[in-house]
Design a protein around this ligand. Structure first.
Ligand code: FAD
Ligand code: UDP
Length: 370
């Protein structure tokens, strides 16, 4: 009998396991259906010996000092600022859209004020910004929207931006300066030995036992612990009793090329052509020196692991039904991207896990979910 059972060895499950084991001195059984730790952030050395991310590129960035302080107990850091180019009209242009994007795309020579004036003539006035189309069209106008966002989003989500909540494309800013970084967070660094090494340190505690390659089976596993933290899909926990929550999946195609470098930046997005959305070359992220190079192509699909909760009002309404039942359970906590059905970055999941631990520690019931 363990004090705690945690389903999922990703960020949500691993951070909570560590906090409970080290701060409460209680026993924790962490179970994952996959044969490895790290959840979607898992990385490994491929056949060529190049460190790659099994589930697509994971770039760590945050403004939360508490999250950095927490993780720094388990890893050193390598500075890295992510840059992405979009293959549009046969050119490789900076995304997020910035001054260089507009000047090169339209053959102009604007300065920042000129770009602001240019966008002012193109953006559409929308009173109530609701959808992912509204966000972009009201900022940069329809031509840039169609070239950079509409095709990519349709591919990535299988939905038009007009069918998705605004939070999806609102992740991507527009800049009238020449800053070509994908993120502007105060902290942008990668774990110096990779994510899996960091997870191994997080989970390295005598109170933690790992069972990998094992899907959680409620009848068998629930009696093994007093309390449960579930970081898998919340609708799966409840046997989809209100209907299945929609998720978008990806198929990852990994390849190694016999050249030192394949791309000028880590990621190239393909909003207009190809079946994949983007190609990522890992050595840019990791700083590894190697005569070959490894890449991942991301092909969106509805089949496979649930990678992305799909932000739409009707899905949120369905999730609320599950959450309401979850709030009635006194000894089960739902955490993480799948447990809370939220499109969260890694730092947000860590923040959520730390906040959940604070709630557990204050001995409040799990009902007030984070
Ligand atoms: P997960 O990592 O999904 O972990 C949940 C674990 O639970 C999984 O390992 C799963 O196997 C296990 N599990 C589920 N159900 C069961 C069950 N029934 N029994 C046993 N085990 C189960 N975030 C960033 O900050 N920066 C990025 O650059 C970034 N890039 C991303 C790129 C892609 C392609 C994807 C999909 C996500 C990206 N993210 C990024 C988001 C990041 O992956 C998540 O925020 C984070 O990994 C979520 O952690 P988690 O613990 O909630 O979930
Ligand atoms: N997006 C787009 N074109 C791009 C980059 C992003 O249309 O070149 C949209 C798309 O809908 C995508 C969303 O913005 O799903 C968020 O992009 P992000 O790169 O944050 O996606 P993630 O890394 O989470 O897959």
């Amino acid at each position: 009998m363990f004090d705690w059972m945690i389903v999922g060895a990703g960020f949500a499950g691993s951070v909570l396991a560590e906090r409970i084991a080290s701060q409460r001195n209680e026993s924790v059984l962490v179970m994952d259906t996959r044969d490895h730790i790290g959840g979607n952030a898992h990385d490994y050395k491929d056949e060529a010996g190049i460190l790659v991310h099994r589930y697509g590129p994971h770039i760590f960035h945050t403004n939360a000092a508490s999250v950095v302080d927490y993780l720094s107990q388990f890893t050193g850091w390598r500075p890295y600022e992510h840059r992405v180019l979009a293959n549009v009209d046969g050119m490789l242009l900076p995304i997020p859209i910035n001054l260089d994007t507009v000047n090169r795309l339209y053959g102009l020579d604007l300065d920042s004020a000129g770009m602001e004036a240019f966008l002012a003539t193109r953006r559409e006035a929308i009173d109530n910004i609701q959808t992912s189309e509204d966000v972009v069209v009201s900022t940069v106008g329809r031509d840039l929207y169609e070239k950079f966002f509409q095709g990519y989003t349709r591919k990535q989500w299988g939905l038009d931006p007009s069918q998705l909540s605004r939070i999806v494309t609102a992740r991507i800013p527009t800049r009238t300066n020449r800053d070509d970084r994908y993120f502007t967070d105060t902290f942008q660094k990668m774990p110096s030995d990779g994510y899996t090494a960091m997870f191994a340190n997080i989970l390295d505690h005598p109170n933690i036992r790992l069972e990998l390659g094992q899907k959680w089976n409620p009848a068998r596993d629930r009696p093994r612990a007093r309390r449960l933290i579930f970081t898998g899909p919340i609708d799966e926990y409840f046997d989809h009793r209100f209907g299945a929550l929609p998720y978008r999946s990806l198929r990852f195609a990994h390849e190694t090329l016999d050249v030192e470098w394949a791309q000028p930046v880590a990621t190239i997005n393909y909003p207009q052509t190809e079946e994949y959305t983007r190609i990522t070359e890992y050595k840019h992220l990791t700083g590894q020196t190697h005569p070959k190079t490894s890449l991942t192509y991301e092909y969106p699909t509805n089949e496979g692991d649930p990678y992305y909760p799909i932000p739409r009002p009707e899905n949120q309404a369905l999730y609320k039904q599950y959450r309401t039942v979850a709030e009635g359970l006194s000894d089960v906590w739902f955490v993480g991207r799948l447990g809370a059905y939220q499109y969260l970055n890694m730092d947000q999941v860590i923040g959520q896990a730390l906040a959940t631990f604070a709630r557990i520690n204050s001995d409040r019931a799990p009902t007030a979910m984070v």
